[in-house]
Design a binder for this molecule. Structure first.
Ligand code: NHW
Length: 396
């Protein structure tokens, strides 16, 4: 029973409009909203009650001091790997980027602090997004950065945070959400795997991120992962502001292939894909003859703290984001992405097996990780789920 997540009780999740494990086999349930919207006048007006020592606190990320508090909460208490060797270390600039897309809601940056000390002890966030599921473009919230201080775990604070963000999302007349988690909850629309491509194999082995392969020496390993010094595709260059319209066209027509994908407009592309140092990097191929933009690739920067290592304190990781290969073969385009990431001193390049990524992972020497990432929709059913290769959505 313990090994079978679907047999476990979920006291909170069983009360929510999400696909329930007991319904998985029931093919008669329709796709789309599980529950209709309630009239706005019936949305609860007051925040949910918190334990007496705590209060709700909306984090204004314009304020550098509050941003630093959020950064510190996450840097010390957010996601770790199963062996507690690494912890995500989202940078302050990244958090600002991730939480303030076009038309974001300040009220969806929800903190909990201790009444007396004013110390931030928990957080959850939402951002607005248009996400298409089959032919249905739905206004949703993307929920992320759910975090409860280590000292306050297992006290059922997370359900209160989730209810409160749900209430604030409902107040904007939005009734669906998308989120990912490493844990199994009722019920994933798909389950993806992370793959890792060593760029700095010696450091990755030294910190215990990877191991020397059987019958491999360090020098053979370093040689195996060696990359050219500069990108190989003619016309490969960084994306600029003037490229937003072309990149939007390329991306929109590409993402139309997937069952679940974001519905990006130019404002979204400018926000999510225009390069920002150590936050997001985007490259494209401009045809040297026609100057047409034919291909695009991008990655975001999410370092991890290395816990308990005498030599190293962080791993610099690039995460594959959105890629569109039209004229250049995808494998060649991604090889150029690896080359620029190596030039910029990243230690590892990570990618999920979403979209067409399976087509380059093995060939470009990515290895499968042990972590899984489950994708969820709130109040939206997709009968039988989808395959990772049918998913066109990457959450941060
Ligand atoms: S996933 C990253 C989540 N954060 C971390 O893993 C950081 C380290 N861990 C913690 O801070 C990306 C705590 O362990 C957390 C749980 C806070 C995770 N998603 O308070 P209790 C996201 O941010 C359920 C959803 O005692 P705790 C996405 C759990 O199943 N539910 O636990 C976030 C149980 O419910 P059950 C999760 O360890 C999406 C209950 O929480 C969860 O002290 C949020 C236990 O609560 C997770 N990752 O705190 C949903 N982890 O029914 C958005 C645990 O099983 C939904 N739980 O008894 C949509 C809302 C908007 C809708 C709008 C229409």
């Amino acid at each position: 029973l313990a090994n079978n997540p679907s047999a476990r009780r979920h006291k909170f999740w069983e009360t929510q409009p999400v696909g329930q494990f007991r319904d998985v086999a029931d093919g008669s349930l329709p796709d789309g909203a599980i529950e209709p919207p309630t009239p706005l006048s019936e949305v609860r007006a007051d925040p949910y009650p918190l334990p007496a020592a705590f209060e709700w606190f909306t984090c204004d990320l314009d304020d550098d001091a509050l941003l630093a508090d959020l950064y510190a909460l996450l840097a010390h208490n957010y996601v770790e790997d199963d062996e507690n060797m690494f912890r995500f270390n989202y940078s302050p600039a990244f958090l600002r980027w991730a939480l303030r897309p076009p038309s974001f809601f300040r009220a969806w940056h929800i903190g909990v602090r201790a009444k007396e000390s004013k110390k931030l002890v928990a957080f959850i966030s939402g951002i607005p997004a248009r996400i298409r599921a089959r032919d249905d473009v739905v206004r949703m919230a993307e929920i992320n950065f759910l975090c409860v201080h280590k000292k306050l775990r297992s006290k059922r604070l997370a359900p209160v945070l989730i209810r409160e963000v749900t209430r604030r999302v409902h107040q904007e007349n939005i009734w669906q959400a998308a989120y990912t988690a490493g844990v199994v909850l009722p019920t994933p629309i798909t389950t993806c795997r992370y793959w890792h491509r060593s760029l700095n194999p010696k450091k990755l082995i030294d910190v215990g991120f990877s191991r020397l392969g059987p019958r491999m020496t360090m020098s053979r390993t370093v040689r195996l992962y060696k990359l050219p010094d500069a990108p190989l595709t003619p016309g490969f260059r960084q994306m600029e502001l003037r490229d937003v319209a072309a990149v939007t066209r390329l991306l929109r027509s590409y993402l139309a292939r997937y069952v679940v994908a974001p519905d990006f407009d130019e404002l979204d592309v400018e926000h999510w894909l225009l390069p920002q140092e150590d936050v997001v990097d985007s490259y494209l191929v401009e045809s040297p003859e026609t100057h047409e933009i034919t291909d695009f690739c991008s990655f975001y920067t999410l370092p991890s703290s290395v816990l308990n290592n005498a030599t190293y304190s962080t791993l610099k990781a690039a995460y594959s984001y959105y890629n569109v290969a039209v004229k250049t073969p995808l494998q060649q385009l991604m090889n150029d992405a690896l080359i620029v990431a190596k030039q910029k001193n990243y230690d590892v390049f990570n990618a999920l097996d979403v979209m067409e990524n399976e087509g380059f992972l093995k060939e470009l020497k990515f290895g499968p990780g042990d972590g899984q990432l489950h994708y969820y929709l709130y109040n939206y059913r997709i009968r039988n789920g989808i395959k990772p290769s049918e998913l066109g959505l990457v959450l941060l």
